[in-house]
Design a protein around this ligand. Structure first.
Ligand code: FMN
Length: 176
């Protein structure tokens, strides 16, 4: 598959068929995500991966809006986080206005790699931002020095999803 085909196949999937995702597959995803660049190669992104049925149910209850329903039948939930006050910082002081935004940036880069690798492996995903970080922290005992980011649902789609339209290039690009 070309990178264009992998990207075209990736869609946010909101209905899963209950098929499991193996630990080996999950490790392959994280290993690939690690190939993303990071600020001074600090690699502050972290992954808390839930695979047992009971913990998946408990973690789904930490999601907001209709996300608990959308994640029924997933094979795994990956709670992503990053060690804060490191990236974009020197001795705990922000290097510029980005501050911990750079930690979010690095985590997002790694997560994008992970989503594309999943697509290549015929796994489907949903990035979930509407979630309770505090409830997830309590459930999984995630350390306080980590900022919790998105939850990534992984599994197998029941049906294909439409591609939401993208903006015209003229709206988002300036050439100088
Ligand atoms: C940071 C982030 C948070 C998101 N949060 C949610 C969410 O809570 N629930 C949901 O159904 N989709 C969520 N999405 C998925 C977006 O709605 C989706 O990516 C967008 O509509 C484009 O569709 P596509 O992923 O199929 O290209 C999120 C995506 C991102 C990148």
């Amino acid at each position: 598959m070309t990178i264009n085909e992998i990207a075209a196949k990736r869609r946010s999937i909101r209905k899963y068929n209950g098929q499991s995702v193996s630990r080996e597959q999950l490790e392959t995803l994280v290993r690939f995500a690690q190939e993303a660049p990071s600020w001074k190669n600090q690699q502050t992104s972290r992954y808390h991966i839930v695979t047992t049925p009971e913990t998946i149910v408990a973690a789904r209850q930490c999601l907001g809006g209709s996300n608990p329903q959308k994640t029924e039948g997933v094979g795994a939930l990956i709670i992503t986080s990053f060690k804060h006050d490191i990236v974009g910082h020197t001795h705990g002081v922000a290097d510029n206005e980005g501050g911990n935004g750079w930690g979010w940036y690095d985590l997002g880069l790694q997560n994008a790699y992970l989503l594309l690798k999943a697509s290549e492996m015929n796994l489907d995903t949903l990035v979930i931002g509407i979630r309770s970080a505090e409830r997830l922290r309590d459930l999984l005992q995630i350390p306080e020095d980590e900022t919790i980011g998105a939850v990534i649902a992984i599994g197998h789609r029941v049906e294909d999803a439409q591609r939401p339209p993208r903006k015209e290039l003229e709206e988002i690009v300036n050439f100088y």
